[in-house]
Design a protein around this ligand. Structure first.
Ligand SMILES: [Zn+2]
Length: 312
């Protein structure tokens, strides 16, 4: 295992502190051993599709993948909804509402996102020219006390819904795409300097697993986008098409991550409620009394009720 893989595993592990050791091992190993049908290899500065069973290079340099978007450039602007348009403002309001929801519980995933946002400038953009549900996250580390800069782009999902690209079961893809992209930002924010420009498929799995924990802890369905990816994968497979993705594990593998993670967290929660596992370590409340199991149960029930209200 490379040092970078170890780092990514360590990043994810903190969000599954209540999961059983077996579940943790299953999930963390997915960061290292991905679908095994590697997509591209980088050779002499160019990328090409890996042949047959050949595994692609495990670690790329970020500069080979994409540049930090120049959000003031005309080209970038022309690919996004006009930020003054009502369409953009509606999407942005929905995104901000979700981010507020993501950070309004006491989970580790929520706390880390909150901490990142407290010292970041974050911009949201809606991409007009993406024809499938997708997202991207660009991250620029602040230096000498300046805030980190984050630019998150999301497909125009409202339009894609209208056009029927998203079917009924996966039409609420926004929470999951957003949580995944914020997962990249949280992960980048924590990176030691030596990994600052590194990238591998495992970073995608790590962002998915972070997203899964973030969503689970606020009771939002996490199946929207992963079901889309899975269905897309199934369709390609059925037609005998290439299911490999550039730089990210294939959709089937990613759907599986979400399912496995959700199951692991559900098991952990059930054990916690039964008193079989210690309640998550909570900071003391203002009155200084440690949390009781009964209080914990109440707050879980409260979260579940709130989640129902929030789900549209
Ligand atoms: Zn990603």
């Amino acid at each position: 295992m490379t040092e970078f893989e170890k780092y990514l595993q360590g990043f994810v592990e903190t969000y599954y502190e209540n999961a059983s050791e077996t579940d943790k091992e299953t999930l963390l190993n997915r960061i290292v051993c991905d679908a095994g049908n590697k997509r591209y290899v980088v050779q002499e500065g160019r990328r090409r599709m890996a042949d047959g069973d050949e595994k692609g290079d495990k670690i790329y340099d970020l500069s080979e993948l994409r540049d930090f978007p120049d959000i003031d450039s005309e080209e970038f602007k022309s690919n996004c909804l006009d930020t003054n348009s009502p369409e953009h403002k509606a999407c942005e309001a929905e995104i901000k509402d979700l981010v507020a929801w993501f950070t309004s519980n006491d989970s580790k995933a929520a706390a880390d996102l909150k901490a990142l946002l407290a010292h970041s400038e974050i911009e949201y953009r809606v991409r007009k020219n993406w024809t499938v549900p997708n997202g991207s996250c660009a991250f620029q580390k602040g230096e000498n006390g300046t805030p980190d800069k984050i630019v998150i782009c999301i497909s125009d999902l409202k339009r894609l819904k209208k056009e029927g690209v998203l079917s009924e079961i996966n039409e609420d893809a926004l929470p999951q795409i957003l949580a995944h992209e914020l997962g990249h930002a949280v992960e980048f924010g924590k990176r030691p300097k030596e990994w600052q420009t590194k990238y591998m498929d495992g970073a995608e799995t790590a962002a998915d697993l972070y997203a899964s924990s973030l969503l689970f802890n606020c009771g939002i369905s996490e199946r929207g986008f992963s079901q889309y990816m899975g269905m897309d994968y199934d369709k390609k497979k059925e037609k005998g098409e290439d299911t490999r993705m550039p730089y990210t594990p294939d959709g089937g593998f990613r759907r599986d991550n979400f399912i496995k993670s959700e199951e692991a967290m559900r098991r952990a929660k059930i054990n916690e409620l039964r008193g079989l596992a210690p309640a998550r370590r909570q900071p003391l409340r203002e009155n200084g009394n440690p949390e009781t199991m009964r209080g914990r149960q109440q707050s879980i029930i409260g979260n579940a009720i709130d989640a129902k209200i929030h789900n549209r």
